[in-house]
Design a protein around this ligand. Structure first.
Ligand SMILES: [Zn+2]
Length: 88
């Protein structure tokens, strides 16, 4: 099953318990690391370029349901045009 990644307008929501905030995400990615060695041989990744990234599974931290997330609109995403007053 492919999980859609959240976007600027959407976020994940667990369909079982309603969790919106805490998930364990298993993902695979293909990246280019810029590895910088110092003279003693210690290395540090100074820059990472992501070539491809796939979310393989998402587990809810509250109820442990796996791949039971749906995309829902973020608060304010629909009304951002006229900027209504928001509480909280
Ligand atoms: Zn849940």
């Amino acid at each position: 099953m492919t999980i859609a990644a959240p976007t600027a307008e959407t976020r994940w929501r667990c369909t079982l318990c309603g969790n919106l905030t805490r998930f364990d995400v298993t993902r695979s990615s293909r990246v280019i690391d810029f590895v910088h060695f110092d003279l003693s041989g210690d290395s540090k990744v100074e820059e990472t370029q992501v070539l491809a990234e796939t979310v393989e599974s998402v587990r809810c931290r509250w109820c442990n349901a796996v791949d039971q997330v749906e995309l829902v609109a973020r608060p304010g995403a629909e009304e951002s045009a006229d900027g209504g007053s928001e509480q909280g």
